[in-house]
Design a protein around this ligand. Structure first.
Ligand code: FES
Length: 166
């Protein structure tokens, strides 16, 4: 029978503990690095409410879960959209805007009295149709595709576009 020397025994224990700790630390890192390969962003249509929730001439905030290729996005994937109902029916019925300002992404606020979107970060201002009224934003608010199905308004999930700052 082979007797294990004390030195060899301690060496094996050290190796086993090192492998165990390496596994504990390494697996989440490996998962972090590989997760984008196994999850793709979706572009499906999601319901945001009944058409009757959006009176003609009003702009309302709705919450949506933004698609994200990142499995660990968690709460950061929760976002909102501004839904503007322009007409009673037809192809111009709605405009749906990303909530993020096109300057540096701060959420814009709708001021119903002034009929303007205001960005609290650097004073960006947008008209009710999303076009720039003033301040640093380089382009209009990003719009989402939408569709009416029965009595529901559906909005296409899209990753937040990025703007090149010139
Ligand atoms: S982020 Fe809106 S004006 Fe800068």
């Amino acid at each position: 029978m082979n007797e294990i020397s004390r030195r060899r025994f301690l060496s094996r224990i050290t190796l086993a503990l090192t492998a165990f700790i390496g596994g504990i630390v390494g697996l989440p890192i490996l998962g972090y690095l590989l997760a984008p390969l196994f999850s793709a962003p979706t572009d499906e249509l999601v319901p945001v409410g009944a058409i009757t929730d959006f009176p003609v001439g009003e702009t309302k905030l709705v919450s949506v879960r933004d698609p994200s290729p990142l499995a660990w996005a968690g709460q950061t994937a929760d976002t909102a959209l501004w839904v503007r109902r322009r007409e009673q029916s037809g192809p111009q019925m709605f405009q749906v805007f990303n909530v993020n300002c096109t300057h540096l992404g701060c959420p814009v606020n709708w001021q119903a009295g002034a009929k303007l979107f205001l960005c609290p970060c650097h004073g960006g201002v947008f008209y009710s149709d999303g076009t720039v009224a003033g301040g640093p934003p380089p382009r209009p608010l990003f719009e989402r595709e939408w569709e009416v199905s029965g009595d529901r308004l559906l909005v296409r999930q899209q990753p937040l576009p990025t703007v090149k700052q010139g």
